[in-house]
Structures are given as C-alpha cells and as structure tokens.
Design a binder for this molecule. Structure first.
Ligand code: MN
Length: 240
C-alpha cells in the first residue's frame, strides 16, 4: 500500500519542462500508488472549469487515465487554482476535498491542506483570500466571458514576466502558532502541506507529545513528491 502527495507544480503551458516531468510522473511513478493527493497550486492559474484549452484538457485526460488504472486521486485547491470545481474534478476522475481534511494513513491520522491558511503573518494575502473565497467574488469572476478571463490571466502573466509588482513575491513561511492551533483543533500529530516551497520535515513538541509537519516541495526545478507507506515516508525528487 502506497500513497503519494504532490503540490505546487504550477503547471502552465509556458513551462513544458515541468509539464513533461509531471506527465512522466503520471506514467512512471504514480500508477504504483493506491492514492494520489494533489495539495493545491497544481496549475499556475485557473480561469474556470469551462476552460477548453487543449493543454488543460490533456492534463485532465492523463489524470483520468491514471484513475481508471486504479489510483484514487484527491484534490485540494491552492491559492492559484482555487476556482477549480466539481466539473473539472469529474473530468479528471478525482475527488475534490475541502480546504483541510483529516485522512487515515495506514493507521496514522494526518491533517492535509494546501498550507496558505498557515501563513497568517501575510496579512495582505489573508485579506485577498477572504475576498476571493466569498460567493459574490467568485460569482462575478465566473460570470465573465471565458475570453475576458483568458485576457486577465494573460495580463497577469505579462506583468509577472516583466518583473512588475506581481513578480513572485516571496511566499511567507508558516506561523508556528497557527500550525499548532490547527493541529490542536483536529487533535492530530501529523500535518502535511505545500505552498511555502520549503520542502522539509519538521519535528517538534506539541503539548508534550512529538509532532511532525511535512512540507512538500514545488516543481520549479525538479519533480517532487512525498511517498507514504506502512513502512514510513520519504520526500522524493526527479529531474525536470
Ligand atoms: Mn500556494
């Protein structure tokens, strides 16, 4: 029995190296896993489940094939692709999970999430998050014609490329007190998340008991995933 976790691939047509690496991960590594959890920022941006871009449709088809071969796929949205909904999930043959979820890993309970809610020191982002997760904001965005949303994404990318203010502002790390608060709330000693692009295994004490926080790596410079089995866990990589 084997479970894989990935996050922060930031898939985009512009990065064919990352895309190829992911497609080979789907072909070569993922089929031996019983379960694959995708913990957000799978795509660099998401304009809506009605996007008919062949790039997106191909990724969906590859995930669907994997699920049909017997790997169960679960998905938690990130701060880039939070507009992903049930329609796209169905196209991929995967199950959409809420923002945070307690799962069973071979007898070990674990809390899984994207990780952005742990960065409470980033006040500006938390404000945007609150707004962008509201029904009215999503209603307005989703009501815009596909063409307009595509244009918005394009503008965003151009700004990012030209090094303007959108330039990947360094993501703040998690707040340890928020980590502990969320782990306490779920009565859990294992937390798995992505988002910060700081892959690591943190061991600490929570209310006198050992606790572990596993941070998944991003895919900007290599493919990265967490392998979890009854025998233990390991953060793994493959070159782009
Ligand atoms: Mn993120």
């Amino acid at each position: 029995m084997l479970t894989y976790f990935i996050a922060d691939l930031h898939l985009t047509q512009k990065r064919s190296d990352i895309t190829e690496c992911f497609l080979s991960f789907i072909e070569e590594q993922a089929p031996i896993a019983d379960r694959l959890y995708i913990l957000g920022d799978f795509f660099e941006y998401w304009i809506g489940d009605d996007d008919d871009n062949p790039y997106v449709l191909n990724i969906a088809a590859k995930l669907k094939q994997l699920s049909e071969k017997g790997t169960e796929i679960f998905f938690i949205v990130g701060n880039r692709d939070f507009l992903i909904g049930e329609r796209f999930a169905a196209n991929c043959g995967m199950t959409l999970l809420p923002d945070s979820k307690v799962i069973d890993l071979y007898g070990q309970r674990a809390l899984i999430m994207h990780g952005d809610t742990l960065c409470t020191n980033d006040i500006e982002y938390q404000k945007f998050r609150k707004k962008s997760r509201s029904w009215w904001w999503q209603f307005i965005i989703k009501s815009l014609p596909l063409k307009t949303r595509r244009k918005m994404a394009q503008n965003y990318r151009q700004k990012a490329d030209s090094g303007e203010k959108m330039q990947a502002k360094e993501i703040m790390d998690v707040s340890q007190s928020e980590v502990e608060a969320q782990m306490r709330e779920h009565d859990i000693d294992l937390l798995i998340h992505g988002h910060t692009h700081r892959p690591n295994v943190h061991r600490f004490e929570l209310d006198g008991k050992p606790a572990t926080r596993i941070v998944l790596g991003d895919w900007y410079e290599q493919g990265a995933w967490l392998k979890y089995s009854e025998q233990g866990f390991e953060l793994l990589n493959k070159p782009l």
